[in-house]
Design a protein around this ligand. Structure first.
Ligand SMILES: [Zn+2]
Length: 140
């Protein structure tokens, strides 16, 4: 598992190390995206896209991705970590999911985990094997 992800069953966010991203802003934009998914857990906001099994390309899946990306955009703005490239990346991602969602098809631009830094070949999203357990909502 080399991709950033939120795993609802474990209630854990997995993030590759920051050096796998083209820049720190891209890392945080992705982290904020996953953190927004985290808010949908059954112990928090109970969003269908997180609580229920959603299939890639489904309306429910697309809605959750739009929610996560909008959350990321707001958090990036709030924290002032965005750059023109990360903003463009987020806008393209939202537009892709929105277009697919409205058309009832798979997203046009399914990949969120890329460079948003104007640096190509950042090595994001390929291979890996370095899941970082970022945090857990479990209460011991
Ligand atoms: Zn997502």
């Amino acid at each position: 598992m080399g991709e950033p992800a939120y795993a609802p069953a474990q209630d854990v966010i997995f993030m590759p190390p920051v050096d796998r991203f083209g820049c720190a802003e891209s890392y945080y934009a992705t982290l904020f995206h996953e953190m927004t998914h985290w808010t949908g857990h059954t112990d928090r906001l109970k969003r269908d896209g997180v609580v229920k099994k959603a299939f890639f390309g489904s309306e429910q899946y697309g809605r959750e991705e739009l929610t996560a990306e909008m959350g990321s955009a707001f958090l990036c703005s709030l924290c002032r970590v965005e750059t023109p490239d990360t903003e463009e990346n987020a806008a393209a991602y939202v537009a892709g999911w929105l277009a697919g969602w409205l058309a009832g098809t798979a997203p046009v631009h399914p990949g969120r985990f890329g460079d948003g830094c104007g640096k190509s070949g950042a090595g994001c999203g390929e291979g890996g094997g370095f899941p970082h357990r970022f945090f857990s909502g479990r209460r011991d």
